[in-house]
Design a binder for this molecule. Structure first.
Ligand code: GLA
Length: 408
């Protein structure tokens, strides 16, 4: 089976910048060039799923796939936006229209919502013209929305001179503004891991993100040196976080935490006692996932730190089983991707991201990459499903400016 054509390539920085700049020039010919181009990555999460909104620990890496934003500030408060998606949607409106329940299209809320959040936080954001080009697959559970928010955040931070991207504390503020764009302006009750992954990661490292304290640790992550690779399998099955399933789970976790007198499930003084006390079997399953997933993530970090790569796969497998059986956020396509890659020799595999479709990841020996892709594609064909798409995840760096066109 020809596997190369099934792989989604990552643009180089100059290719991405070129595409965004070209789109900007076509959409706003009277302006000439943008002030610059900024890019921010999508992510996969190695382990620690559905724990960010429970104060847990997750371990994302940034993908080499990024969203590019070419932007120029305006003297007034108008916003003009264009995206390279599908039929190149355009939007034009006033900054004041970008707000919670503003009735704007959701892609505009993702893109411009961060301007609203920065303004609310006291930063004097004005209008802007922007063009968006992206090679992060959409709807694949790889955080294309966070990549867009973060690229926009970096652009606005730079052109309006806030200087947030220059320091870790400033970047944490940008992360918060991007999360607020998603939670408040888009209305998706997500937990914040994706924006942190896009803005706080370091190349060749996984990001240990403690969602209770906000503390971050860069964990060396160099699989190639071990002859290993992470294969990402985009099942192309539907994935939506706004359709209620995600919010229901989050609400249940928050309800149990409140009943136990703590703010998050991470803070349960005696998790085993809570599990015994719970009478609703659904609540037992959900809480059991959260507690066990946080433990698995800590263990994964420890194994990684000690270079015990051979033991990582079992934790990924256990994580998938827990997400499938206890948290119930997997689906037949994800289970098949996981099972087929394991049958083809993967050391471990699991769904990554929110679930209900989207992507799975498999830890594979580099020399088995092609065979694993072929086996998964075959399994999808046998089920009569649309072919999956693949990409190889290497730990890339956080978002940054990729091109400066003129003095800002
Ligand atoms: C989505 C959300 C994240 C996180 C994951 C599950 O990606 O955006 O905040 O909750 O699901 O781990």
């Amino acid at each position: 089976m020809e596997t190369d054509s099934m792989k989604i390539p990552a643009w180089t920085a100059s290719e991405g910048a070129h595409r965004a700049r070209e789109l900007f020039g076509e959409a706003f010919p009277e302006l000439g060039r943008p002030s610059g181009v900024w890019a921010s990555p999508g992510r996969i999460n190695l382990i620690g799923e559905h724990v960010d909104y429970n104060g847990g620990v997750c371990l994302p890496i940034a993908l080499p796939h990024r969203t590019y934003v070419a932007l120029r500030p305006r003297e007034d408060t108008r916003i003009r936006l264009i995206s390279d998606e599908g039929d190149a949607p355009r939007w034009e409106g006033d900054l004041s229209a970008v707000k919670p329940d503003g009735g704007i299209p959701s892609w505009v809320a993702y893109a411009a919502g961060v301007a609203w959040a920065l303004q609310r936080d006291g930063y004097a954001v004005g209008g802007f013209d922007a063009a968006v080009a992206s090679c992060v697959p959409l709807g694949a559970g790889l955080s294309s929305s966070a990549a867009l928010e973060c690229a926009m955040g970096l652009a606005l931070d730079d052109v309006y001179g806030f200087g947030l991207a220059a320091s870790p504390a400033g970047r944490a503020e940008l992360v918060a503004a991007c999360i607020s764009a998603e939670n408040d302006v888009v209305g998706a009750p997500t937990g914040g891991m994706d924006q942190a992954a896009s803005l706080l990661t370091t190349k060749d490292h996984a990001l240990r993100l403690d969602c209770l304290t906000g503390a971050t640790t860069q964990v060396p992550f160099d699989l190639a040196a071990q002859g290993l690779a992470i294969l990402v399998i985009d099942t192309q099955a539907k994935h939506s976080l706004v359709d209620g399933q995600y919010g229901q789970r989050r609400a249940l976790c928050e309800r149990v935490a409140a009943e136990e007198g703590v703010e998050t499930l991470r803070q349960l003084p005696d998790p085993a006692a809570t599990l015994t006390r719970l009478t609703d079997p659904e609540a037992v399953r959900r809480v059991r996932h959260v507690i066990s997933e946080i433990e698995r993530t800590e263990e994964f970090v420890e194994l990684l730190t000690k270079g015990r790569y051979g033991e990582l796969g079992a934790l990924m497998d256990a994580s998938h089983a827990s997400l499938r059986d206890d948290y119930e956020v997997s689906c037949p396509e994800l289970d098949t991707a996981v099972e087929a890659s394991r049958a083809a020799g993967a050391w471990g595999a699991r769904m990554t991201g929110g679930g209900f479709g989207g992507s799975a990841i498999a830890l594979v020996e580099e020399r088995n990459l092609d065979a694993t892709m072929a086996a998964v594609a075959q399994a999808f064909m046998d089920n009569g499903w649309r072919g999956p798409r693949f990409l190889q995840a290497t730990a890339a760096g956080a978002g940054c400016r990729v091109s400066k066109e003129e003095a800002l």
